[in-house]
Design a protein around this ligand. Structure first.
Ligand code: FES
Length: 128
């Protein structure tokens, strides 16, 4: 069994309460960190399972985030859309230790790289 290698990405207070912070990666879409009112931190790919909206710009309430584009609600813990909507965005292992937020280094480097960026909006990438 290999042990998890963790990467510190920011301090907890860098994430607004009931808000989010984006962590960019060498490849793939950024990861969105979310901080709840009761000080839990979650990490999801910054891409709504519906049409790729930037979840980091959504509204956090309880343990969910409302996508800013069409208002689907996504569970912060597992990335699943709440009924009646269906879909799932990748979630990332995340821990808080010593006032910092840590992500699984392997997941950060490899998870969700196959998902395309939205064609428009703040997450879009301009084609070369
Ligand atoms: S893109 Fe998120 S609800 Fe449509």
């Amino acid at each position: 069994m290999s042990s998890t290698e963790w990467t510190a990405v920011c301090r907890v207070e860098d994430i607004p309460v009931l808000g989010s912070r984006r962590v960019s990666r060498a490849q793939g879409l950024p990861v969105a960190l979310f901080r709840t009112a009761d000080e839990r931190v979650y990490a999801l790919l910054d891409r709504c399972p519906h049409k790729g909206g930037p979840l980091s710009q959504g509204i956090v309430f309880g343990d969910g985030v409302a996508c800013p584009l069409h208002n689907w609600t996504i569970n912060l813990a597992d990335g699943r859309a709440r009924a009646p909507d269906e879909g799932c965005t990748p979630s990332f292992a995340c821990k808080v230790e010593g006032g910092r937020v840590w992500l699984d280094a392997d997941e950060l480097a490899s998870k969700g790289l196959d998902l395309p960026a939205p064609v428009a909006g703040p997450c879009s990438k301009t084609a070369a």
